[in-house]
Design a protein around this ligand. Sequence first.
Ligand SMILES: Nc1ncnc2c1ncn2[C@@H]1O[C@H](COP(=O)(O)OP(=O)(O)OP(=O)(O)O)[C@@H](O)[C@H]1O
Length: 247
Amino acid sequence: MAKRRTSPAGGRAATAEQVVRARGVVVEVPGRRLADGLELAVAPGESVALMGPSGSGKTTVLNTLAGLVRPAAGTVEIGGEPIGDATPDRAAAMRLTGIGMVFQFGELMPELDVLENVALPAAFAGLDEAADRARRLLERVGLVGFEERAPEELSGGEAQRAAIARALVCAPRLVLADEPTGALDEANARRVTAVLLDACRAADAALVVATHDPAVAAAMDRTLLLRDGRLHPLPAPTTEPAPAADR
Ligand SMILES: Nc1ncnc2c1ncn2[C@@H]1O[C@H](COP(=O)(O)OP(=O)(O)OP(=O)(O)O)[C@@H](O)[C@H]1O
């Protein structure tokens, strides 16, 4: 596992090589400012946990990085290209091949089998050998033999591992995961976290994970706390049992 870094919200020294870079981002919803000059930079292969209380705006920040929410001010660049100002078609194209997304409940398409689900974005993107790419990723996430199963035949953890394979099938630069372990028991949460990290590092993809789970955050290179519309570096959360109090 890569060593944790204790760098500011901007991450490693900001360079043109950052996969995703947010500068001065402001996002408002009626009556509230969820991002208020938010800064973020994530490098290839780096993993970042995004923590914060329920309602603090984590999902909204992920959606802004994905170009699904347009900031009122500031910029988001993916691989140096602004996504917030892109036309809807260009933003969709950037998402299809440049950004993989993982949600809390997998969100696999029920009428497709596992292999078809994983291959679908690659087929949409017109990439060669979509099924072969999907098979290789299913192997990486430990789902060999599950290719022809229906999503309803999968456990929650298996569905999440298939969703991780799908997120990576177009070899995106960036993976955004919103509470990917929120619906899993502890053992499955640990396995899904390890699979997500392993798959992103193998692909040299940057990973941003919104999570409430300190164990998930502890596995990432950095943890950032969303507070007052900005991201603040947090020390590594500990998942060790607290030492017994002196008697
Ligand atoms: N389009 C919108 N219009 C109005 N309010 C919105 C909109 N999008 C988000 N909000 C509100 O903004 C706040 C932040 O929502 P968001 O889902 O980003 O938080 P979160 O930190 O991901 O929460 P949780 O941890 O519970 O998933 C919430 O109060 C939500 O109701």
